[in-house]
Design a protein around this ligand. Sequence first.
Ligand code: XMP
Ligand code: MG
Length: 184
Amino acid sequence: MRASDIPEDFDRVLYTDEQVASRVREVAAQIDADYAGREILMVGVLNGAVMTMADLCRAMKSHMSMDWMAVSSYGAGTKSSGVVRILKDLTKDIEGRDILIVEDIIDTGLTLSYLVQNLRSRNPNSIEIMAMFRKPEAVTCPLDVKYVGFDIPNEFVVGYGLDYADKYRNLTDVATLAPHVYNS
Ligand code: XMP
Ligand code: MG
């Protein structure tokens, strides 16, 4: 689904699918260079990171394997609750592995700070973060994020895996919502 298919639902498009794809290729090349000769365990954060993971890992030349976690920090709304719960844990041991967490978006940074702390206690060799989007003005938990797709304004965005009340994940562009969507 493109923003132009239902223009009335969106306020404005921040990035088109072409812009996202091109940035993903750049980040993939950077990761390949940094991890030359090492095998990466990419840990995707469900559900938002599905699109980023799918495109990023296919753009990479490095050997990689994939695992997934699901955490909850948001309900159906648009504000972070500050409470992080693990809804689905990794399937394998990560001791000694080089972990790259793949996340859709960093807002306050609370979710990822918790996740990094949690994974660090399992003794991996290294942990780095790739976030497709980051809202620098919203960050309250400073995080060392090695790879960022785009820094965006402090607004709620949907598309490319990001949802509002579980909708719009299949939007290929990244857009802000029209006010009537929140109010309906
Ligand atoms: P924190 O505040 O913990 O939040 O960094 C990260 C999680 O919150 C969700 N989130 C968003 N989801 N559009 C979304 O669809 C947004 O603009 C947005 N901001 C934060 C997201 O699940 C992320 O993992
Ligand atoms: Mg998420």
